[in-house]
Ligand binder design. Structure first.
Ligand SMILES: Nc1nc2c(ncn2[C@@H]2O[C@H](COP(=O)(O)OP(=O)(O)OP(=O)(O)O)[C@@H](O)[C@H]2O)c(=O)[nH]1
Ligand SMILES: [Mg+2]
Length: 182
């Protein structure tokens, strides 16, 4: 486009590009980082950016910050759960307690699969209740009884928040495939 403009004796225009992706993955943070300034709102939850907004990065580049997008239907439940764990889908779309229980189950699974990467006493040291031999649902209930007067919703929110803030440590939800794809 700029070549055409130059051929016609016109000045070049900045390249315009859109930053697009799942919610809460750092699209706005990238724009702020490129400018070393907080020009667009960026925070640790999905749905922070609500409107399209052009930002001039340099004389040569304009970026459009856009709200995060999700497929209209998530058919892969395991993938949908991971997005919920990470606060990447609006919380109106899921049940906190079920998602927290699924997160506990997933972490238990990871503790077995990759003991070197995920601490064995992670739950015990954070909530003072041992989680071994319990399902995610039973553990949620046990922590609620022990610490939150039986309030399972509050316990679920607490556990999800702890995971999201990194209070449970850095936990990989997925591992790279052990063999490179053919
Ligand atoms: N650890 C880590 N956190 C990041 C990185 N980039 C962004 N974040 C954090 O991720 C969170 C989400 O960032 P945003 O910039 O609001 O994400 P977004 O994609 O614009 O989100 P929406 O506008 O809701 O779609 C913020 O807490 C950022 O600080 C990164 O490279 N590493
Ligand atoms: Mg944003």
């Amino acid at each position: 486009m700029n070549q055409r403009r130059r051929d016609r004796g016109m000045l070049p225009r900045p390249v315009r590009a859109v930053v697009i992706g799942f919610p809460n993955v750092g699209k706005s943070a990238l724009i702020n980082r490129l400018l070393n300034r907080r020009v667009v709102e960026s925070a640790r939850r999905a749905g922070v950016t609500r409107q399209l907004r052009w930002v001039r990065i340099s004389d040569e580049l304009d970026l459009l910050d856009a709200p995060g997008v999700l497929p209209s239907k998530l058919t892969d439940q395991a993938a949908a759960l991971k997005l919920a764990f990470c606060d990447d889908i609006g919380e109106a779309a899921y049940d906190n307690q079920r998602v927290a229980a699924a997160l506990i189950d997933r972490i238990h699974q990871l503790q077995q699969e990759i003991p070197k990467l995920v601490a064995q006493d992670l739950f015990l040291s954070r909530y003072k209740v041992d989680s071994h031999d319990l399902t995610g649902e039973s553990y949620l209930e046990a922590v609620a009884e022990e610490k939150y007067r039986g309030d399972r919703e509050r316990t679920a929110t607490q556990i999800l928040n702890d995971f999201r803030k990194g209070n449970l440590g850095a936990i990989p939800l997925e591992l790279p495939p052990s063999e490179p794809p053919h």
